[in-house]
Design a protein around this ligand. Structure first.
Ligand code: GDP
Length: 432
């Protein structure tokens, strides 16, 4: 789905406008200084078209160097988007901060729609026209408060939003797309350096491939891979203000664009909720997954014993993911990542024929029939792998299945067919 970033300085009404776009009434977001939120993107639909709204309402504002800071943060959000909705306040007029954002927008060359907000009445309408001076084309006067003009605005947004992200991901047969993700300081940048250091030079001009400037092509064992959003790892984004918020935004964007994600965990430290959240993000996005336990050089025997227990408890839900114990610093086992990545991608692409699947489903039903519920016993009539990447199965049944039974079928599918390194989806279509 294409991504729309909503940017603008604090208090111009971005949050309210995002709510308008999402068709929600409640204030989910506030322009409070220092607010960081977990979710930064939302699914939206307009006239039957689906897109993702990246909300930058969580900007941290402080008095010093505000324009520069806002520009820096806008840059990160704009990087991750396909088009930008730039929001200004018609009642205030053009400020230095607005102009700082405009400079970033110009450089990015992404399509921009300009919304002049707080046009609540006739009088402010004239003020909205003064926003022509930003040089971004026609300003759309809107009132996020009353909903005024938001339909026209969305029509304009959709007109510039590409159907599919305008990046190279649909390139069939191009280099596989890998994202290195993980919470700050686990060693992502170090790992990337190790991987790129193992080859002589980064190829940047392969015939027939387009490279997003934030990506790097890296050769591993004679094969070319595209590492997604490495600029984020190179630029030391974590030192920027609002880093947690933007780290999370970047992580989400990188996962979205990747086919396979290498989630880096720090083996020398306790597995945290943040680690688990990133693992879940990968699974929910339906991407292939490899887990790298980094900083292995810092673990002693006791820590490793404890880690084994943590993995059994917390990582159980991801035990299908291949894992490698590495040291990005010394390079230990880093060369083993390639095989884990290839295995995960193979699992992710697996196609099971309808014949194979139904013979398997027949055996499952014979050995473990669905329990009888209220005198009825739902049966699986037929199944098919509706799509791969990740493998997604649709089961046609004579009635609703217990969620527990669906999970059982999913487990059996894994036992039967492997599906190393990939989420597996099972959908049920009940014929009542
Ligand atoms: P990022 O924030 O995930 O990109 O993490 P960095 O790559 O910047 O690494 C954070 C810190 O951990 C740096 O000081 C690295 O030198 C250190 N580090 C990374 N990998 C290893 C490792 O395998 N072993 C040890 N001992 N330190 C590491």
């Amino acid at each position: 789905k294409p991504v729309l970033a909503v940017v603008g300085r604090p208090n111009v009404g971005k949050s309210m406008l995002v709510n308008r776009i999402l068709g929600r009434r409640e204030a989910v977001v506030q322009d409070l200084p220092g607010v960081t939120r977990d979710r930064v993107s939302y699914d939206a639909t307009w006239n039957g078209r689906e897109f993702v709204v990246v909300d930058t309402g969580g900007w941290i504002s402080d008095a010093k160097g505000m324009a520069a800071r806002i520009a820096e943060q806008a840059e990160l959000a704009i990087d991750a988007s396909d088009a930008v909705l730039f929001v200004v306040d018609a009642t205030v007029g053009i400020t230095d901060e607005d102009e700082a954002v405009v400079r970033v927008l110009r450089q990015s060359k992404k399509p921009v729609i300009l919304a002049a907000n707080k046009v609540d009445d006739q009088r402010t309408e004239a003020e909205a026209s003064s926003m022509w001076n930003l040089g971004l084309g026609e300003p759309f006067g809107v009132s996020a408060l009353h909903g005024r003009g938001s339909g026209d605005l969305l029509d304009a947004v959709l007109a510039v939003l590409p159907d599919a992200p305008e990046r190279a991901e649909e390139e069939v047969g191009g280099p596989r797309r890998i994202a290195i993700v993980g919470k700050p300081n686990v060693g992502k940048s170090s790992l990337l350096n190790k991987l790129t250091g193992q080859q002589r030079s980064v190829v940047d001009n392969v015939a027939g491939t387009t490279v997003d400037p934030v990506d790097e092509l890296v050769e591993l064992g004679g094969e070319l891979y595209r590492f997604i959003d490495t600029a984020g790892l190179r630029k030391r984004v974590k030192e920027a203000s609002g880093h947690e918020y933007y780290a999370s935004l970047r992580t989400q964007g990188a996962i979205e664009r990747a086919e396979v994600c290498v989630v880096v965990l720090d083996a020398s430290e306790t597995i945290s909720d943040q680690d688990l959240k990133i693992l879940s993000m990968v699974e929910e996005a339906g991407k292939a997954l490899v887990i790298a336990y980094n900083k292995w050089d810092l673990t002693d025997e006791e820590r490793r014993r404890y880690l084994t227990r943590e993995i059994e408890q917390d990582i159980q839900a991801f035990k299908w993911a291949p894992s490698v114990n590495i040291s990005a610093l010394s390079g230990r086992n880093v060369d083993k990542l390639k095989k884990a990545i290839d295995d995960a991608l193979a699992g992710w692409e697996t196609r099971i024929t309808t014949g194979q699947l139904n013979s398997f489903l027949g055996r499952v039903a014979a050995s473990h029939p669905h329990p009888v519920r209220g005198g009825k016993q739902p049966r699986i009539l037929f199944g098919t792998e509706a799509q791969n990447c990740p493998p997604t199965f649709v089961l046609f049944t004579s009635g609703l299945l217990d969620p527990q039974y669906t999970r059982f079928v999913e487990r059996r599918l894994r036992e039967e067919f492997g599906f190393v390194g990939t989420p597996v989806r099972v959908e049920v279509k009940a014929r009542e």
